[in-house]
Write a new protein. Sequence first.
Length: 240
Amino acid sequence: MSCKVTLPPLPPLHSNMASLKDTHSFSEDAHWVIPGHLMQGKHPIRESFENMPWRVHDLVHRARCTTFVCLQAECPPQRASHRWSFLKSEKNNGTHVFGGLRDWKRNPFLLEPYRPLVESSIKSRKEQEHKSEIRVSSFVHFGMEDLSPAEDLKELVDFVKYLAIRILNGEVIYLHCWGGKGRSGLVAACLLGVLYKGITAKEALQRIGSYCQLRNAGYHIHSPETSEQLEQVRDFFALL
């Protein structure tokens, strides 16, 4: 796999949290999986519309993310304008949903695409840094049900390899689901297996869990979240 960038070495497997915080911590909503190249986190507007512009601006300007990867089956792709419009329309009485989501009216944050904010932030970054060569924003969608693995393992393999190529070509990826632990943890662990030869599924899962713990201090969390998601990571590595 050819590449335009050199990825940083992985930190020692049993690094203490203080040293990991120096290299992998970013915010209470996101953390680095590969510093400067791959970030894992929550949906950019998970908590409130008011904080959405600031969070997106931070991801684009401070983290320098250019590619936003959504793993939520309950959301349409960012560029599918007609599907977003229908979600918000009076014609949608809750029976037409994406990914089986039935309580979208209780989650209004799911009804707004964040694409316009990303594009605006990329534009302002270009103007501030006077760099026209900054990559344009890119949006990728691979829908997975909440708390579930991917429906098709082969499709997951192809998707992860596709993301790996984009990372090696210099794109900085923000990988998110809703809470930034389950679906994004699954894909992040698989990406480590493709990008770092010799790493095992066990090691990748240990790393993803430790990195995610950085933004969940005081809570015992799991990333990926479910036994089915963990098993799919192991199945993925068996195919490498």
